[in-house]
Design a protein around this ligand. Sequence first.
Ligand SMILES: Cc1ncc(COP(=O)(O)O)c(C=O)c1O
Length: 441
Amino acid sequence: MLTRRRFLTYSGAGILTLASGCSPEHINWLTHQDETSSTINLALVEQAKLTKLKSLLLGYPINMNTPPEDFFTWRQQLLEAGVGTFSYNNVGNPFKESPIVYNTHDFERDVIHRFGKLYGFLPSDTWGFLSNSGTDSNMHGMYMGRVLLKGRTGVLPKAYFTKEAHYSIQILRDLLGLETVFVETLADGGMDTQDLRKKLADNASQPALVIATIGTTFKGAVDQLDLIQDVLQGYPSYLHLDAALFGGYLPHTSYAAEVLYQSQSKLNRVRYDSIAVSCHKFFGFPSPAGLFISTQSHFDEFNEFFSRIHNPEYIKHVPGTITCSRDAVKPAEFYYFSSPTAMAKQQEDAVAILKNTIYLLDEMQSHFPNLQAVRSNELSNTLFFRKPSDRIVKKYSLATMHLSINNIKQDYAHVVVMPHATRKILTEFLTDLEEDRNISL
Ligand SMILES: Cc1ncc(COP(=O)(O)O)c(C=O)c1O
């Protein structure tokens, strides 16, 4: 294993030569030799034009800000140490020794511990890894829940979630061969726990794998974990929390308790069994990745069942992850986002996005009441409203959906106020709405 100390003192002239193979001059040299070089150059020019417009993306939960200079310095340091210049691989459990020493498990462990602490996991009882995405983390959470519940009871669980949950939950439910119990929602889009109570009683012969969401994809709704846990008492259950977007910023706000692993008011009451957070959403990590965090005790129990289907001989331990090979570059690069400097910036961004959401809501409600803008709750950085013109939808890459609200079916769009959605960008958006109204008058 490449320990941090070994890594930081690594000088490796050979590796520096390798890394320089990725320099811009080298790419130019390649394109000049290529018959299609003019096409490639044109494509690059187009790409550069698009990059200039990136802050106009308001319809999806992606932080389009370029990470600070420090991140690229860190990336360069990694590159100079060889990480990303040949086939590094984080195969296996990051908390166990790997037979492939070219891994970044030590950075991965630190990332999990630092974020685990933020979500209130005990340092002595934290397990997790850096996945490929929020969906990938949801897959591990649901698989872990399925294995634990089946192992404990001998009966396959049913999957409980609402229709506001991300569409990937339905795909994962199919992959895991689970039956679904759709739970109704309240007016704000959050899970209706009275309906959950009723459906648990109707399906009491099978354990419950509950997938709750804090920050549903379109409406930004919140499933109330404490109320869900009240209802789950007495049932064999596992609760996986999908906090793909909100899980990134809530820990830095006055709503931090909403994503805490343990209840603040009920002693020793656990609120969820595992959590998924996307790294490219709030954090703005430049490529898709996800945090998956659970407890060491859950993992040990899971591993016991998992080891029955996996012969540990080949990699000398039971990996505990669904995929065998895992990216080693992302955990090392994402490590930057767990540093105190990066966390301070995350705090600043978290405060700013909630303030800007309030600003946008006020402006839309007072100037464009016809659009019926809604913010589901105070935790949310998402506003949904009646779909504006196609021109605006296209310019700001707005996600749209045909929804039935109060029994009226209409087209809706949403804006997710991410860190790049500054007052300047939001003002431009409001000005466009105004222009649109003038045209249609
Ligand atoms: C609530 C929720 N869960 C999961 C996902 C999927 O996350 P990823 O794109 O990281 O796979 C999304 C994406 O928008 C989401 O909003």
